[in-house]
Design a protein around this ligand. Sequence first.
Ligand SMILES: CC(C)(COP(=O)(O)OP(=O)(O)OC[C@H]1O[C@@H](n2cnc3c(N)ncnc32)[C@H](O)[C@@H]1OP(=O)(O)O)[C@@H](O)C(=O)NCCC(=O)NCCS
Length: 185
Amino acid sequence: MRSVTLRRRDAEETRAVLDDAVRVHGEVHAEPPFRGVDYYSDERFRDRLAIAVRQPGFGLLAAEDDGETAGYLYGFALASYTRWWSPLKDLLPAETTAETGARTVFIQEIMVRKRWRGRGIARTLHDEFLSTRGEERGLMCVEPGNEPARSAYLRWGWTPVATTTFAAAGPAFDCLLKPLRRVRV
Ligand SMILES: CC(C)(COP(=O)(O)OP(=O)(O)OC[C@H]1O[C@@H](n2cnc3c(N)ncnc32)[C@H](O)[C@@H]1OP(=O)(O)O)[C@@H](O)C(=O)NCCC(=O)NCCS
């Protein structure tokens, strides 16, 4: 099988391919357990991605096969004034939820289209994306029953710290952290 090509996109470049990103997301999330869940609809995802590209340190990494998008991942840095942790502030120690703008990179989405799965593409996207980041830790969320994704993240060094929802009547997510580099003391 041919190997895929990795392509990095900044915010402006991602805006230019927004429709393709939404289409791929729609295809991947047209199957269980995502199908029919409002949170995963094209409209809701387009809104999320449009907000994400405005965040500091936004980056998208796509895997392409002969010009076709096989999958992609994107993330951004949490700003010092982020409200990301607000629903979890009562559950977690202040040192966990404190942000500086340079502390945490949040991977918001990772997806690989069905015909390209099981070839290590998600792992490659994950490793390559994180290898270029300067933040101290990664943050990502996964539905508790989403396999094989969740088990893979645990093998890749992620630790669940809390469970929360991000939208009224939205799905519950496990929030996972991963240290990215040694912090100088
Ligand atoms: C989760 C997803 C991104 C994985 O993509 P992928 O390219 O097939 O993943 P990889 O080939 O890199 O495999 C990832 C790990 O899962 C394992 N895996 C992959 N498919 C598997 C399967 N069907 N059964 C068991 N394990 C499997 C691999 O062995 C690998 O583990 P390892 O790195 O510890 O060896 C893909 O299934 C997907 O897009 N799912 C729908 C969207 C989604 O759930 N995204 C994650 C949201 S948090």
